[in-house]
Design a protein around this ligand. Structure first.
Ligand code: C2O
Ligand code: CU
Ligand code: CU
Length: 503
């Protein structure tokens, strides 16, 4: 993008900034948190002739985030969000997804390595009243994954309404490490989201133009659907499994007392070794697992620190909360009373993480992320574009998503480098279906130790070029594509998405 184009776009974004940057209300460290954090119920499925079967029903309901003010929501086997689906590596899985809504939807298994026809992307639409029954095997490292709606042009709205939940994959290697793993006790899943509410209790979604450009941001933080949540810690060491399940907000997660945490996992696996960190930055769709150690009778909080888009935001981006937030706010209050002791030693090495050698890569594919006005005032890289009626075009390599167009054909078995270039003034979390990758470098600087794990979503900051490497080992299907896209759901819905087939 030329400097001129960027300046115009930045100015346009700034014009909308006032409307859009709201400090999360539930947020300052002084607001007393009062609600017990809800923990999504565990669902181990049921065994049917050697297959682990899960019955998942997409359903409408009401959820009282604020008492006396029910919010119309949708969820899975409940009114908002869904159960934590727990599986083991190697399991044969049968999903029975019933759409009890009066709108069409899909359910995508974010991060799972499954055949394209079982992926739950925009081509696997489940009509109202229908049941979709994909089956697949769990071929993953242990880690935290998630499921969510992926309906073309509707993903943002449906996820905002509640169509998401967690998938916990376990394996022997991870279980042998002695890490905290008692679900809901010392192994706590945290789905972090932000929402906006109207006075009558309804969600307020996409009511302003900046919601599209910048991505939708809410001013109330929910964790597992709980407003102003508090968690009672039971052990000296607790494992927190973090999912940024927000539509567009980026978090920079830290302890309120300034102590560091140990990061032990990225999106799709444990790290090679634990990494001590002051803060863990998570874009939408990304996951991380951290260990926090506390003393008896202490109070602290998980907070989000200001985020400066990796230091790359043009000056004004910091105040816009799009590429970055300048806000510091609370996510989860933590309280410890008497604590049972637990292991505080950490194994030096965690696991062996699959990696691929650059010199074995058969090719590099380049993906340029662009956004601009329709009609040529600003083109993503000056190429032809199509887009919604809103006047903004969100593009990858100058093209907005077209379900009838295959953008890339990847030969089965190929090892490839995907190079993502951000030609916009906002940060974008780039996500690839089907595979897990390793992050190679950012503007030629090798990925840090906190990225030495498998990932499926990677932050690409303004002006930055990020290279990832992976191998497309299975599931050739010339007719059914996988998606790659920005995981800011409003950008995805507006066209910052493309399709690849493995052939
Ligand atoms: Cu989390 Cu294509 O999605
Ligand atoms: Cu996905
Ligand atoms: Cu984006």
């Amino acid at each position: 993008m030329s400097m001129n184009r960027r300046t115009v776009l930045t100015g346009m974004l700034a014009a909308g900034a006032g409307a859009l940057v709201r400090a999360p209300r539930a947020l300052s460290d002084t607001v007393p948190s009062s609600r017990t954090l809800s923990i999504p119920p565990l669902d181990n499925g049921r065994m049917e002739a050697g297959t682990r079967v899960f019955d998942l029903s997409l359903q409408a309901g009401n959820t009282e985030f604020f008492s006396g003010r029910p919010t119309p929501t949708i969820g899975v086997n409940g009114s908002f969000l869904g159960p934590t689906v727990r599986v083991r590596a190697g399991d044969a899985i049968g999903m029975r997804v019933t759409n009890a809504l009066d709108i069409a939807s899909t359910l995508h298994w974010h991060g799972l390595h499954v055949p394209a026809q079982a992926d739950g992307g925009p081509h696997q639409v489940i009509a109202p009243g229908a049941t979709w029954s994909p089956s697949f095997q769990i071929r993953q490292k242990a880690g935290l994954f998630w499921y969510h709606a992926h309906m073309m042009h509707r993903t943002g709205a449906q996820v905002n309404a509640g169509l998401a939940g967690l998938i916990l994959v376990e394996d022997d290697e991870a279980a042998s490490l002695g890490l905290p793993n008692e679900y809901g006790v010392d192994d706590i899943p945290l789905v972090i989201q932000d929402r906006r509410f109207r006075a009558d209790g309804r969600f307020d979604y996409m009511s302003a133009m900046p919601d599209l450009m910048m991505g939708f941001k809410g001013d109330v933080i929910l964790v597992n659907g709980t407003v102003a949540p508090e968690l009672m810690l039971r052990r000296r060491r607790t494992r927190l499994r973090l999912l940024n399940g927000s539509n567009s907000r980026i978090y920079n997660i830290a302890r309120s007392d300034g102590r560091s945490v140990h990061q032990i996992a990225s999106d799709g696996s444990l790290l090679t070794r634990a990494v001590e960190r002051r803060a863990v930055r998570l874009g939408p769709g990304e996951r991380a697992e951290i260990l926090i150690d506390v003393e008896p009778d202490s109070r602290l909080a998980l907070i989000s620190l200001p985020d400066d888009a990796g230091g790359r935001g043009p000056g004004m981006m910091g105040m816009m909360g799009g590429g970055g937030n300048d806000e510091r706010f609370q996510i989860l209050a933590l309280r410890a009373g008497r604590l049972e002791g637990s292991e505080t030693r950490l194994p030096a090495r965690l696991i062996e993480v699959p990696s691929w050698e650059v010199r074995k890569a058969e090719r590099t594919r380049t993906f340029v992320l662009g956004m601009g006005m329709m009609g040529g005032m600003m083109g993503g890289m000056g190429m032809g574009m199509r887009g919604g009626m809103g006047g903004m075009a969100m593009t990858i390599n100058g093209k907005s998503m077209d379900m009838a167009r295959i953008d890339e054909k990847v030969p089965l078995g190929a090892t490839e480098i995907w190079e993502i270039r951000n030609a916009t003034p906002l940060s974008h979390p780039f996500h690839i279906h089907d595979i897990q990758f390793r992050v190679l470098d950012r503007d030629s600087v090798p990925a840090g130790p906190h990225e030495h794990g498998l990932k499926d979503t990677v932050m690409v900051d303004p002006g930055e070029t990020v290279r990832v490497i992976t191998q497309f080992t299975d599931f050739a299907d010339p007719n059914r594509p996988y998606m790659y896209h920005c995981h800011i759901l409003e950008h995805e819905d507006a066209g910052m998405m493309g399709q690849f087939v493995v052939v």
